[in-house]
Write a protein that binds this ligand. Structure first.
Ligand code: PMP
Length: 371
C-alpha cells in the first residue's frame, strides 16, 4: 500500500462523498443555473439578527465561550424546554451546528459494532456518522409513503441495536411523521431501552401541523435542533441538544476536547434570534410548496411534503443519473435520490429559491417529465 494511503484510518473507508461533490462540481460549471439543489433557505439572515452579530463582534465577544454555551442562550433554551417538557432531568447545551450535535451524540453513545437504525431515504450524514464511530448502519426503507413501518422497525431491532435516528420534517422527502408514528416509535424505543435521537433541524418548517417531538412521549429522547435553517444562518454554526442530563454531560465533556464551543458572537446573536418572528418566511415557503405541488402533480408522482423545503418525486423515466443529466442539459440542478438512498428511483427538489427561479425550474421539470 502506498505510504500516504496507509496513513488513512480504516474508519474513513466505508463511506465517501463523491456523489454530492460531483453535483457541486457540475453546478460550478453551469452559468447561472436554475438551482433547485440547495439545502438552505434563500432568504438572508434577517437584518436585526445580523446587526446583533456585528455588534457582538464589536463588543468583544470574540474569545472562547463556555463549552456548554453562553449562559444567556443556554438559559433561554432551557426555559423554553422546561416549559414544553416539564422534565427536571431534561438538560440542554449549545453545540456547533446540528451536524456537531449529531457527531457528539454518536461519539457519546455508539460503541464499535453497535447497530444504528435510520430510515431510507436519509440525510446524507447519517451513514457516514455511524461508520466513523465504528457503528453498523441499518437502513430501513420508508418507501413509498416515507412514514415508518412499525412492524419492520420492531423486526429490525436486535440485541446490538443501540440507537434509532429519526428526522421529521425530513431531508430529503419533506415528509413529517404522523402523530401516531411519532408516538409509537417513541414508545417502542423506550420499551426496548434503545436511544432515540431526533434530528429536528426543520422543526420550524412544519407547514400544516404544529411540530411534534418524540420527546413528548419518551423522556429519554435526545433532541437535536439548531438555528441554521430557521434563521438562514447555516454558516454561523449554532445548534443545541437536549436530553437526559447523563447523556448531555457526556456530550459536553466531548465537546470540550473537540469543537470547544459554538462561535461566540453567533451565540450572542442567537439569543436575540430566538425572539424573532419568522412566521412570514414560513408562510412564503408554504405558498411555494403549494404552488409547486399544484404545478407538478400531473407530471410527477410524489408524497405531498408537510415540512422542510424539499419535494422528493419519483423519477418519471430512466436512472437518476440520466434524468439529472437531462435536467443539467436544460440548465436545471436537482439531486438524484441515490445520494440519499440505496435506491435510485427518486430525485430531490429544493424549493428554497426565489419565486421566479422556482417558476423557471417547474417549466423545465414539466418539459423533461417525458423521455
Ligand atoms: N440534519 C439534517 C436533516 C439536515 O438537512 C442538515 C443540513 N442540511 C443538518 C442536520 C445539518 O445542519 P447544520 O447546519 O445545523 O449542521
Amino acid at each position: 500500500m502506498p505510504l500516504l494511503e496507509s496513513w488513512i484510518a480504516d474508519r474513513t473507508r466505508n463511506f465517501d462523498s463523491s456523489g454530492i461533490r460531483k453535483m457541486f462540481d457540475l453546478a460550478d460549471k453551469l452559468d447561472d443555473p436554475i438551482n433547485l439543489s440547495i439545502g438552505q433557505p434563500d432568504f438572508d439572515v434577517p437584518d436585526p439578527i445580523k446587526s446583533k452579530m456585528i455588534q457582538a463582534v464589536e463588543d468583544g465577544f470574540n474569545g472562547y465561550a463556555l463549552t456548554q454555551g453562553i449562559p444567556t442562550l443556554r438559559g433561554k433554551l432551557q426555559e423554553a424546554i422546561d416549559l414544553e417538557y416539564g422534565d427536571p432531568d431534561r438538560k440542554v447545551f449549545v453545540c456547533s451546528g446540528t451536524s456537531g450535535g449529531l457527531f457528539l451524540s454518536a461519539l457519546a453513545m455508539i460503541n464499535p459494532g453497535d447497530e444504528v437504525i435510520f430510515f431510507d431515504p436519509y440525510f446524507v450524514m447519517y451513514p457516514a456518522l455511524v461508520e466513523l464511530v465504528g457503528g453498523v448502519p441499518i437502513k430501513l426503507s420508508s418507501y413509498p409513503d416515507f412514514q415508518i413501518d412499525l412492524e419492520a422497525l420492531e423486526q429490525a431491532i436486535t440485541d446490538r441495536t443501540k440507537m434509532i435516528i429519526v428526522n421529521s420534517p425530513s431531508n430529503p422527502t419533506g415528509v413529517c411523521y404522523s402523530q401516531d408514528v411519532i408516538q409509537q416509535v417513541a414508545e417502542l424505543a423506550d420499551r426496548k431501552g434503545i436511544c432515540l435521537v431526533s434530528d429536528e433541524i426543520y422543526s420550524r418548517f412544519s407547514m400544516d401541523n404544529e411540530h411534534l417531538s418524540p420527546a413528548s412521549y419518551n423522556k429519554k429522547t435526545v433532541v437535536i435542533d439548531g438555528f441554521s435553517k430557521t434563521y438562514a444562518m447555516t454558516g454561523w454554526r449554532v445548534a443545541y441538544v437536549h436530553g437526559p442530563s447523563k447523556i448531555i454531560d457526556t456530550m459536553i465533556k466531548i465537546q470540550q476536547y473537540t469543537f470547544v464551543c459554538a462561535p461566540h458572537p453567533a451565540q450572542v446573536a442567537s439569543v436575540y434570534a430566538m425572539d424573532f418572528d419568522i412566521t412570514p418566511y414560513i408562510d412564503t415557503y408554504r405558498q411555494r410548496r403549494d404552488f409547486m405541488v399544484e404545478e407538478l402533480r400531473n407530471y410527477y408522482e410524489f408524497v405531498k411534503p408537510g415540512g422542510a423545503f424539499y419535494l422528493f418525486p419519483k423519477l418519471p423515466w430512466g436512472t437518476g443519473q440520466q434524468f439529472v443529466e437531462r435536467a443539467i442539459d436544460n440548465n436545471l440542478m436537482v439531486i438524484p435520490g441515490s445520494i440519499f438512498s440505496d435506491r435510485d428511483t427518486h430525485f430531490r427538489i429544493s424549493y428554497a429559491v426565489a419565486d421566479e427561479m422556482l417558476e423557471r425550474g417547474i417549466k423545465v421539470l414539466k418539459q423533461i417529465a417525458k423521455p
